[in-house]
Design a protein around this ligand. Structure first.
Ligand code: CMP
Length: 140
């Protein structure tokens, strides 16, 4: 089915100037960019976005990292977009990510891991709505 997923290019990858290389991988896999916005997240925005992780020991480091520089937030649309995007990203921990994945190629650590992607249809809908009002998503 045609799905949408939320992708965030994190501060480490934005700082490395590889937004275009990452976007090329999305496009090469048949995913379309239907919304995009560069922003520097506030603490409140980052904490709200990652609220499901609030009780985890890595939460503070995660939020500190996500507000450390600008991020590129993108909505991708395509066949099986959620799984397709996760395949492109590779494992959360770049040490475990398969060769040729975005995290294997661009990430430095489990915190500075280059990209975030929605993990399921329900979370994708919530995450997209968190950053983009429906009228700013340009489905074609
Ligand atoms: P992300 O997909 O953005 O979702 C939560 C983030 O927490 C994850 O990527 C990692 O960058 C970060 N993180 C740090 N430590 C862990 C951990 N032990 N397990 C999962 N995520 C972690």
């Amino acid at each position: 089915a045609i799905e949408r997923t939320l992708s965030i290019i994190k501060p480490d990858a934005v700082a490395k100037n590889v937004i275009g290389q990452i976007y090329s991988r999305f496009e090469g896999a048949g995913l379309k960019i239907v919304a995009a916005r560069m922003t520097q997240l506030s603490r409140a925005e980052a904490e709200g976005f990652y609220a499901v992780h609030a009780a985890r020991p890595f939460f503070k480091d995660l939020v500190d990292f996500m507000v450390s520089g600008p991020v590129m937030i993108t909505v991708l649309e395509g066949e099986n977009a959620i799984a397709a995007h996760r395949d492109l990203m590779g494992a959360t921990d770049p040490k475990k990510a398969e060769k040729g994945t975005i995290r294997a190629d661009f990430a430095d650590s489990i915190d500075a891991n280059a990209v975030h992607g929605s993990d399921a249809a329900e979370t994708a809908a919530v995450e997209i709505a968190y950053y983009f009002p429906a009228l700013n998503v340009y489905s074609r």
